[in-house]
Design a protein around this ligand. Sequence first.
Ligand code: ADP
Ligand code: MG
Length: 366
Amino acid sequence: MSPLYIGLMSGTSLDGVDTVLVEFAEDTPSCIATHTEPYPASLRDALLTLCEPDAKVETMMALDRRLGEFYARQIRQLLAAAGVSPTRVKAIGSHGQTIRHLPDHPYPTTLQIGDPNTIAQRTGITTVADFRRRDMAAGGEGAPLVPAFHRAVFHRPGENRVVVNIGGISNITILPGDSDAAASGFDCGPGNVLLDSWAALHLQMPMDKGGAWAASGSVDEELLARMLRDPYFRTSPPKSTGRERFNLQWLQAHGRIDSAPPADIAATLCELTASCIATAIGHHAPQTTSILVCGGGIHNKTMMERLRHLTAPCPVSSTKDHGIDPDWVEATAFAWLAKRTLEGKPGNLPAVTGAQEAVVLGAIYP
Ligand SMILES: Nc1ncnc2c1ncn2[C@@H]1O[C@H](COP(=O)(O)OP(=O)(O)O)[C@@H](O)[C@H]1O
Ligand SMILES: [Mg+2]
């Protein structure tokens, strides 16, 4: 039997943690079991507070440990439900929860918490973590890291594909059909993060389920134009971003949100996401023949409808039609990245992150 790997992903949305148990035949993953656990409200609130600029180091340290325990419990549950012994699992790839991502700092750095020592100790499984900082040490943005996995599983000769991941932040991977052309990609801008924050404020809900609220409003074109003037959208890749830039304060700084009906703002935020993705594809991959979507944003029907409209006539499909459920692509990517690390193989794409070279990512906690 081939060894199994576990991927553990908790993204910018702070919606919770996705764990996936995967078997690999070479680079091709087969999903054996999955488990999603939303963060309990107290944990999510504590993490949101930690994302504020003035958070204390002691608070961060305690949460690092608390999250490690939480992640370890999710892995034990995943294995118990699948009836698989931890001894069959070669490694866990744990992304961790991003608390800061500062690629433009004079000392570029990024921080993902969820103590890997605790995960390894509680599960008895070798854990690979801290994937992003090695890429940064090599001069890269440390993000996005999923494009190498996208290339391994979704590249098809003769087809110019773009993989769009709509998490809290949205990112694209450009996979030219000409195998000699390098894959590229970058963070486009906000994915769901602004709409989630807006829904929390006005609906007391963590998201606009299905995009129904956004569908009930009308796009405020003036506000949309103001937001799209943010220099991030015009910056050339490599580039990556996070909650530090795209947050409620950023939205408030563009005005109009107190005067317009909240549903119109929701519609505008949905349009902003679809628009920054479509513009990124139009500028950087005009020859695209097929768009594959993954990440939680695929469940927002309004966002998907707008993306289809703005990228027409290019066909837009779910990664499910290409072998991997859209909700599990990122977690599977971190299982794959852990495998790469154990095999001593690079996990970053310098053309994506801007690193000087391809490097083996992460640290191994036996
Ligand atoms: N049924 C749904 N309707 C609308 N949006 C959804 C739905 N399910 C998930 N989402 C969106 O997807 C987000 C989670 O996506 P995910 O890919 O896990 O992002 P991240 O990697 O940032 O955690 C949620 O915060 C929400 O905005
Ligand atoms: Mg998530």
